[in-house]
Design a protein around this ligand. Structure first.
Ligand code: C5P
Length: 223
């Protein structure tokens, strides 16, 4: 068998991508970070000096650019046309603007179409905000990964420090995370919400490996 479709959704910095990558590796599945796709459109819009209010221009750009990554690339490199944007899409400027771009319905339909192609029949771990609700509504495994806003900010703060990335204060990080969650949860199209058949995991007091183990057990039960 090729494997299952595994959907992992949840708020910003809940550890979705770290956990999703490990789960994918463990089962020999492909990992797909859908947030990177919305970030790439945002990066391209900023690069083109588009106003974030100019929805028409952003939609046109989203349809024109080619976002690509190699499924299974251990470095998870992301390209917009032929330009590598792996690091650039993690900037504060992109993070501050991505929710506005991701709220545009035509941008979403473009990305969702692409994501369904990547997910194919299975053997995929896909993380995002609307994977279980919209992109892969029939996925047999749906996880909603949460953690307290303080804990998410604390982890991001430590991660930035370890990577030597200039970081704002812990309080500022928490505020930015909460603001992005609020925008993502209240938009009209495919807001961040737990699918009715998703299993919620609160990682506030769990290690990465404990979360990976919990998800692995759920996959093994279905496989
Ligand atoms: O996962 P990440 O934090 O990189 O996602 C960046 C942003 O992309 C989110 O804050 C959200 O606005 C958008 N997004 C989305 N739907 C997804 C994945 C990400 O709207 N499936």
């Amino acid at each position: 068998a090729k494997g299952l479709q595994v959907a992992i959704d949840g708020p910003a910095s809940a550890g979705k991508s770290t956990v999703a990558k490990k789960v994918a590796k463990k089962f020999g599945y492909v990992y797909c970070d859908t947030g990177a796709m919305y970030r790439s459109v945002t990066w391209a819009a900023l690069q083109a000096n588009l106003s974030m209010d100019d929805k028409e221009a952003i939609v046109e750009l989203a349809q024109k650019i080619n976002i690509s990554f190699q499924p299974g690339d251990p470095e998870q490199r992301v390209f917009v046309d032929n330009h590598e944007v792996t690091k650039e899409i993690r900037s504060n400027e992109v993070a501050e603007n991505v929710s506005a771009v991701a709220a545009i319905p035509e941008v979403r339909s473009e990305m969702v179409q692409e994501q369904r192609k990547i997910a194919g029949q299975g053997g995929i771990v896909m993380d995002g905000r609307d994977i279980g609700t919209t992109v892969l509504p029939n996925a047999p495994v749906k996880i909603f990964l949460v953690a307290s806003a303080y804990e998410r900010a604390r982890r991001r703060f430590e991660e930035n420090k370890a990577k030597g990335i200039a970081t704002s204060t812990l309080e500022e990080l928490q505020k930015a995370i909460e603001l992005r969650d609020q925008k993502d949860s209240t938009r009209k199209v495919s807001p961040l919400t737990k699918a009715s058949d998703a299993i919620e995991i609160d990682s506030t007091h769990l290690t990465i490996n404990e979360v990976v183990d919990e998800i692995s057990k759920i996959i093994e039960k279905k496989d």
